[in-house]
Design a protein around this ligand. Structure first.
Ligand code: RIB
Ligand code: CA
Length: 323
C-alpha cells in the first residue's frame, strides 16, 4: 500500500484468534474491553496500571470484571504511578472508584501477582506472538520494553488506545498519553507493529441510548450492571461534551482492531510523542503531510469504525457471558 493512502482492512472477517495481554485501568470502557477480549481473544492475562483511578482501584475493578464473566484469567497489578509525571486520575469521568454507577460485587479473589512487568516479560518469552493491548497509561508497557530488550521481537505487536489529532485532557493530549508521556514516547519508538485507536476513531463509537438499550434488553445481572455503568459513563460524557450523544467507548476498539479488523479503516502514519511542550506535552503528533519529507510510518492509525457493527460485537459478547 502506498504510504499515506487510507485503506479498509481486507483481513478475512474470521482473522485467527489473537493471544493478548490486556493492560488496563478500569475504567468503564476498559471493563467493556475485558468483555470483548474474553470472548474474542485468547486472553492470556490482564495487567493493571494506575490511570483512571489509583492502582488499588483499577486492580479491584479488573478482578470484579473477571468474576462477573466467570473467567479465571490471571490478573497482575503493575505501576502505581507514571515514569516521571505525577500520579493523576480521572475521577471526574469514571468516579472515585474508577467504576462508579453500578452496584458491583466485591471481588472474590486477589491479584495473581503485583509485578505486571515481570508477568508481561516472562509470558512473552514463554509464548511468542502475543499482542500487548494497553488501554490505559503506557507505564507497564514501557517498563517491560526497557527491561527486556528482546521483548519487541517476541511479541506480535502493540494495539493501544490513546492519542489522536486532538486531546481530551488538554487541547492537545489524550488522557492515556498525557498521564505518562515518557512511557508513551518509548512505546511509539519501540520499532515493532503498532496500532493506535485514538480519539478520532473512538469518538465515532458512542454509547447512545439506543445502543445501551440493546445491553439492557439482555437477560441477567452482568447485562444489568454493564448497562448501569454505560449510563453513568454516558451521563458524565454528556455533561462535559457539547456534541456527543453518549460516552465514547474507547478501549474495546484497541481489542477489535485485532479481532474484527474488517470494521476499521486505517492510515499508516508516523506518530511521535511530545514530552516537552508547555501546551502540548502528551500530544501524539501525527504526520499527515503529503510531502516527500514526511517520516516513514511507525503506526497504523485507526481512522474509521463501522460503529453499529462494532457495538453489536459488544452486545453479542455480553450476551455470550449472560447465558
Ligand atoms: O482518553 C480515554 C482513555 O482514558 C480511555 O482508555 C479511558 O479508559 C481512560 O483510560
Ligand atoms: Ca482505559
Amino acid at each position: 500500500m502506498l504510504y499515506g493512502m487510507s485503506s479498509t482492512n481486507t483481513s478475512p472477517p474470521n482473522a485467527s484468534t489473537p493471544s493478548i495481554i490486556l493492560d488496563c485501568d478500569p475504567g468503564h470502557d476498559d471493563a467493556i474491553a475485558i468483555v470483548v477480549a474474553a470472548q474474542h481473544t485468547n486472553l492470556v492475562g490482564i495487567t493493571t496500571v494506575a490511570g483512571n483511578a489509583p492502582l488499588t482501584m483499577t486492580t479491584r475493578n479488573a478482578l470484579i470484571m473477571t468474576d462477573l464473566l466467570g473467567i479465571d484469567t490471571p490478573v497482575h497489578s503493575g505501576a502505581d504511578r507514571p515514569l516521571v509525571a505525577p500520579p493523576r486520575h480521572a475521577g471526574y469521568v469514571h468516579g472515585e472508584s474508577g467504576l462508579d454507577g453500578a452496584d458491583l460485587p466485591e471481588p472474590t479473589r486477589g491479584a495473581n501477582g503485583d509485578n505486571a512487568v515481570e508477568f508481561i516479560i516472562e509470558t512473552c518469552r514463554t509464548t511468542e506472538g502475543i499482542w500487548l493491548v494497553p488501554v490505559g497509561p503506557l507505564t507497564n508497557i514501557a517498563l517491560a520494553l526497557r527491561t527486556a530488550s528482546d521483548l519487541k521481537d517476541r511479541i506480535a505487536g502493540i494495539s493501544l488506545m490513546g492519542g489522536g489529532s486532538f486531546g481530551n485532557r488538554s487541547a492537545a493530549a489524550e488522557f492515556n498519553i498525557w498521564a505518562d508521556p515518557e512511557a508513551a514516547a518509548m512505546v511509539y519508538e519501540y520499532g515493532g507493529p503498532l496500532k493506535m485507536a485514538g480519539l478520532d476513531v473512538t469518538h465515532q463509537f458512542q454509547a447512545t441510548p439506543d445502543r445501551i438499550a440493546k445491553v439492557s434488553a439482555l437477560p441477567g445481572r452482568l447485562a444489568e450492571l454493564l448497562a448501569d455503568l454505560l449510563h453513568f459513563f454516558s451521563a458524565t460524557y454528556m455533561t462535559r461534551h457539547d456534541d456527543m450523544g453518549g460516552a465514547a467507548v474507547h478501549d474495546p476498539l484497541a481489542v477489535m482492531a485485532l479481532t474484527h479488523p474488517e470494521l476499521f479503516t486505517i492510515a499508516q502514519r508516523h506518530v511521535v510523542i511530545e514530552t516537552a511542550g508547555e501546551h502540548t506535552r502528551g500530544m501524539t503528533l501525527i504526520d499527515e503531510r503529503a510531502l516527500i519529507e514526511r517520516r516513514p510510518p511507525n503506526c497504523d492509525v485507526l481512522t474509521h469504525v463501522e460503529a453499529d457493527a462494532a457495538f453489536d460485537v459488544i452486545v453479542a459478547a455480553i450476551a455470550h457471558f449472560s447465558n
